[in-house]
Design a protein around this ligand. Structure first.
Ligand code: G
Ligand code: MN
Length: 403
């Protein structure tokens, strides 16, 4: 769980594909122009260098993209510190160059290297090329060419570095919250409208760590940095652990996004509780382009007895298409439709229509966000079987629910 989070700090910068292609093209052109054997871009990573892009004349390259070599060995560190010049036409003539093991082992006869400096002065890494044989004819103009392209590379990479810095800050913030025990899970009762007896609970995430903001903003940020699904499944697992003694036949409803459903080990996260008492609430914040993969991911879970609910029906992206294409067992009537339903004939008409739809299709309806008796009675009289909301119970720790 959350493996991405624990390794974020030592990961190389994420370079976007079109920038990586640009770098490859520049390396290739420069290497041919200067008649060198190898050209590369290396990123400094703590005490290591990682070779990001390598262009090489022969197939048995002494280096390949992805190789990680300590900064302590090789030329880069010495060039950046000024101990070695950026242009070395003949490595045999410099004692420090001769003392570097790679000079003999690769071998390196001539070496050109410029630091890739970002706007803030930070050094991303180096842009280098070398030839196996000494190249006494190399001069200032060749170095200037490398420098010029070094600036082009730095400008290209800078945009990705900026995104990467923000990404790391988000990961740090989220992993910090997780380390402090977030997200915590609270449980909101779902009750029968006739008689108000408890039928299940919806598991909801809560963050106690700052910045203080609603859980959906935490999830949105986590999805932006590709750990949204891990966070969702962490909540699911915590919820299931907390519910191990939930009396039968009470159900637990767990919020899962379509993205998580199609890309993460949902079945594994939901194991450990009676599948027939699990409801998967499909929560959507972006339009769904293709329902095929979602239906495919749901099929084995449904086969084990889990039920599917469409969350927030009638709001935003949770459209009629969801209902038609996913054929849910449960439709959750959005809070925005519940609000003032007793006073607003238009909302009442919508509730009545959805009620009729549910009866004809044998779907269970749950009204969300019921806050007062007026809303409660109106929905009950329109044939809604179930509801939740502050009137019927706040989201709360499970023990308090049975207290
Ligand atoms: O999208 P979803 O329906 O899963 O989100 C439910 C959210 O709505 C939870 O954060 C919960 O705390 C909140 N909520 C639950 N009941 C009520 C209610 O009666 N009124 C309001 N305003 N919010 C509610
Ligand atoms: Mn929900």
């Amino acid at each position: 769980m959350l493996t991405h989070v624990s390794h974020w700090s030592l990961a190389p910068t994420v370079i976007s594909p079109h920038i990586a292609e640009n770098i490859d093209r520049i390396l290739h052109a420069i290497r041919l122009h200067l008649h060198m054997d190898v050209a590369f871009v290396a990123e400094f990573l703590g005490s290591n260098r990682i070779f990001r892009n390598v262009d090489c004349a022969d197939r048995n390259a002494p280096l390949k993209a992805g190789d990680i070599i300590p900064l302590a060995s090789g030329y880069c560190r010495h060039v950046v510190s000024g101990a070695l010049p950026e242009l070395i036409a003949d490595t045999r003539k410099l004692e420090l160059a001769r003392s570097i093991p790679e000079t003999a082992s690769i071998p390196i006869g001539a070496h050109l290297s410029v630091p890739i400096k970002l706007e803030d002065g930070r050094i991303f890494g180096t842009f280098c090329c070398f030839s196996h044989r000494p190249r006494p004819e190399l001069g200032q103009r060749d170095l200037d060419l490398l420098r010029t392209f070094g600036h082009v590379l730095a400008a290209d990479i800078a945009a990705d570095v900026k995104v990467d810095i923000e990404r790391r800050a988000s990961l740090k913030k989220i992993s910090g919250a997780i380390a402090k025990g977030d997200p915590q899970v609270v449980f909101q009762p779902i009750r029968q409208l006739a008689g108000r007896s408890l039928v299940g609970v919806e598991c909801l995430a809560r963050f106690t760590t700052g910045p203080h903001r609603p859980p959906d903003q935490w999830f949105a940020e986590a999805h932006e940095v590709a750990i949204g699904s891990e966070l969702e499944l962490l909540v699911a697992q915590k919820a299931i652990n907390a519910c191990s003694n939930l009396p039968a036949p009470l159900s637990i409803s767990i919020n899962v996004s379509p993205d998580t459903l199609t890309s993460a080990p949902v079945a594994e996260a939901l194991s450990g509780f009676h599948p027939g008492r699990i409801v998967i609430e499909i929560t959507e914040h972006v339009p769904i382009a293709d329902y095929g993969p979602i239906l495919q991911a749901l099929a084995p879970l449904r086969a084990r007895g889990m039920r599917v609910a469409i969350d927030d029906a009638g709001a935003g992206y949770s459209s009629m298409r969801h209902i038609l294409d996913m054929q849910p067992d449960i439709i959750k009537f959005d809070i925005s439709l519940t609000r003032d339903v007793h006073r607003d004939p238009v909302r009442r008409a919508m509730a009545a229509a959805l009620g009729e739809f549910a009866r004809r299709t044998n779907t269970v309806l749950v009204a969300e966000g019921i806050e007062n008796e007026g809303e409660f009675e109106t929905l009950r009289d329109l044939g809604f079987q179930y509801g939740q909301g502050y009137l019927l119970g706040r989201p709360q720790p499970l023990q308090e629910l049975f207290y």
